[in-house]
Design a protein around this ligand. Structure first.
Ligand SMILES: [Zn+2]
Length: 224
């Protein structure tokens, strides 16, 4: 009891540290916010699916302040950091030529069942919402969900396979539960490591008759 009280009192007086640089400031200091928002958007190798090419844009390399901010956003419950992560990439998405008044659908890559359980929120859905809010006629919708397989759930809950194996996703791991008529579909993920997950989601969408026109990620891990 006394210890709990002390901990809560300390939390009140302890300075908040910036996720990006660690300086005592707000959850994200002005300097880090500006530099993240000003980062050059990276065009990655696109996906070729069913003969169509889908460009992939990244808000920046998964390193330094961006990496720290993403970690706090994904694992530290700092949901509000999402906006800054996608400011630059949203500008790029807005500047694409899209049919006037066309409906735009922003589709998040779904969190794994395990990740959803552990976290209680979906980082990529939050990013999709931030992007949709900043683009006229756009809305975010989780039309792709992980396929529920009892075996897979047990495996992920009591994982004995290596992390790398668990992270391998194939299009059959996903279900497209709605086929909305949108002229433009943007697929969004937080971090692209190999790009295999977001690609699998794109293939699932194309198979269901929904054709993504672009993929956007908040960060990418460049090939070494
Ligand atoms: Zn900072």
């Amino acid at each position: 009891m006394a210890k709990t009280l002390l901990v809560s009192l300390l939390a009140l007086v302890a300075p908040v540290r910036c996720s990006g640089c660690g300086r005592a400031d707000s959850a994200l200091c002005g300097r880090c916010m500006e530099s993240l928002a000003a980062e050059q958007v990276r065009e990655l190798a696109g996906f070729v699916i069913g003969g169509n090419s889908i460009p992939v844009v990244s808000a920046g390399i998964y390193a330094g302040a961006r990496r720290q901010v993403i970690l706090d956003f994904k694992n530290g419950g700092q949901r509000r950091l999402g906006r800054t992560l996608v400011i630059a990439v949203t500008r790029t998405l807005r500047s694409r030529p899209v049919q006037q008044n066309a409906d735009i659908l922003v589709v998040p890559v779904p969190a794994s069942i395990r990740g959803g359980w552990n976290r209680g929120y979906s980082p990529s859905l939050l990013l999709a919402r931030e992007i949709a809010q900043a683009i006229p006629n756009a809305r975010a919708s989780s039309i792709v969900v992980p396929r529920l397989r009892i075996k897979a759930v047990l495996r992920s809950r009591f994982a004995t396979r290596s992390r790398a194996t668990r992270l391998q996703r194939s299009p059959s791991d996903y279900v497209v539960r709605a086929r909305p008529r949108a002229a433009d579909v943007i697929v969004v993920d937080d971090v692209a490591v190999t790009g295999a997950t977001v690609r699998a989601v794109c293939v699932a969408l194309v198979s269901a008759g929904v054709h993504p026109s672009v993929v956007a990620v908040a960060a990418d891990v460049p090939d070494r």
